[in-house]
Design a binder for this molecule. Structure first.
Ligand code: GAP
Length: 456
């Protein structure tokens, strides 16, 4: 099996309608990507899988869909206005811009850059002659703080009072609705609020395709609990996250935990799940013990009490929060890398396959008339019936072998061939993407057969 490079993945995604360069006809806008017809399906299927595991199958779990634009005080309370910045330096030679901590961490193969002051960083870079990754020279500017939040203005005047931010994370939409959800759902601790939505960050550093972009989607999940239950829930969600990725089809040996030594100002403990991408291990998920920091800050900044009245003990307290957050675009990138492979066949040809979990596959079924002239009428009848239940595609062009290959590379788990037997005996051949085995089924059995095999 051949290892697939990033360049090849970008090309495949474009060729088969998964992901396109954003604003491509204008030569693209850096670090933006548009999901095409198959990519959008895949994305929705990953969201549905997440909803199933996190909202539907977990007790006391509720989904919200908060607005992207929130009161600016939210971002003051969260700490983003004061400290959500990158420390950047420019190479004077080739005019590229870099995160100073990344330059140092990559050079030293450690995380020493994380805890340095700006002055310590520039001294380290000069003393150790840390090279520019682009041109190899060491001639950097002073380090400057760059704000990562996108700002915009509401109304007609562009003054400080009219500033609003594009949210850099989903979490705050869940925190500000803590009381609303708790009261409207009569929820008792521990309970969870989840949200899927866009987030925006003014990322300057290079992207690795959809791994680091300026607009991306998160599936975030906040579990509100009593202090004392937090550590158990933190460990539970670390494992639950790993299990979720394995259920989606990622192999255990390509997943690892990365416990943080340096913690964000709000966190008591933090751990990422990393996936082994072709460019190395990369974070796809984070589990954070955020303590009572967020709700305490919102109580302080909003003037509203965020206390929970415990019906069992009559105590009042501000709950702790265990956050479990999933980058949707990174999850999709990991799934695509993992699913794509090329098999050498006995006849010397190569078969390209996208072995996605059937639940995630953009199309579940392809309906293929064996001979267009004789079988297309019946095939369209079958297509119309199945497309009421599943995302179904129809293909009547080219020989049947080529059509199977076209479905293999976009991950369609089942191909149904319509031939004389279908017309005479109401039976079809159904071919499995991964094993290439074919079985004969009565047409009336097809729906249940597929349903059973695409479950998540
Ligand atoms: N609420 C916590 C939070 O936002 P984070 O680690 O900054 O934590 C959560 O982000 C997840 O969002 C990451 O694990 C990653 O998968 C995804 N993510 C973060 N920045 C991203 C970016 N620039 N492009 C794509 N995905 C990103």
């Amino acid at each position: 099996m051949e290892k697939i490079t990033m360049e090849k993945m970008v090309n495949l995604c474009k060729q088969y309608g998964f992901i396109f360069q954003g604003s491509e006809i204008y030569d693209g806008l850096a670090n933006t990507w548009d999901y095409g017809p198959l990519g959008s399906r895949l994305k929705n299927n990953v969201k549905d899988a997440w909803r199933k595991r996190f909202i539907q199958e977990r007790p006391n779990a509720y989904e919200v869909d908060a607005d992207i634009l929130m009161h600016p005080r939210v971002w003051a309370a969260s700490g983003h206005v004061a400290s959500f910045t990158d420390r950047l330096t420019d190479c004077r030679e080739c005019k590229t811009r870099h995160r100073a901590d990344n330059l140092i961490n990559d050079f030293s193969n450690s995380s020493i850059g994380d805890a340095m002051t700006n002055e310590e960083m520039i001294n380290y870079i000069n003393e150790n002659k840390v090279p520019c990754p682009k041109c190899g020279k060491t001639n950097f500017t002073e380090i400057r703080q760059f704000k990562l939040m996108f700002e915009t203005h509401r109304g007609v005047t562009e003054d400080a009072k009219s500033v609003v931010y594009l949210r850099p994370e989903n979490a705050q939409g869940e925190y500000v609705n803590f009381l609303n959800v708790q009261r409207s759902m009569r929820a008792k601790l521990p309970f969870s609020i989840g949200q899927i939505g866009k987030a925006f960050r003014n990322e300057i550093t290079p992207g690795n395709f959809t791994f680091r972009t300026i607009e991306f989607e998160q599936m975030e999940y906040q579990t509100f609990c009593k202090k004392g239950n937090d550590e158990e829930l933190y460990n539970y969600f670390k494992e639950y996250g790993k299990k979720f990725y394995m259920d989606l089809g990622l192999p255990e040996e390509k997943l690892r935990f990365h416990d943080h030594e340096k913690l964000a100002h709000y966190a008591k403990a933090a751990c990422d799940i990393e996936y082994l991408f072709p460019f190395g291990w990369g974070e796809v998920n984070g589990t954070h013990n955020r303590t009572d920091f967020d709700l305490t800050r919102h109580q302080e900044y909003s003037g509203r009490s965020m206390e929970y009245l415990d019906p069992e003990t009559n105590e009042k307290y501000i709950p702790y929060i265990i956050e479990s957050t999933y980058g949707l675009d990174r999850t999709i990138l990991a799934l695509l890398f993992d699913a794509y492979h090329e098999d050498e066949l006995e006849d010397g040809t190569t078969r390209e396959i996208l072995s996605l979990h059937p639940y995630l596959a953009p199309y579940k079924v392809a309906v293929l008339p064996l001979v267009k002239k004789y079988h297309s009428e019946k095939a369209l009848e079958v297509y119309n019936k199945l497309s009421k239940v599943f995302m179904t595609t129809y293909d009547e062009t080219g020989n049947i072998g080529k059509r199977y290959r076209r479905e293999d590379v976009i991950g369609t788990p089942f191909c149904i061939t319509i031939d004389d037997e279908t017309i005479n005996n109401n039976t079809v051949t159904i071919r499995d993407r991964d094993t290439m085995e074919q079985i004969t089924l009565n047409l009336d059995e097809v729906e249940n057969y597929v349903k059973e095999r695409i479950q998540f």
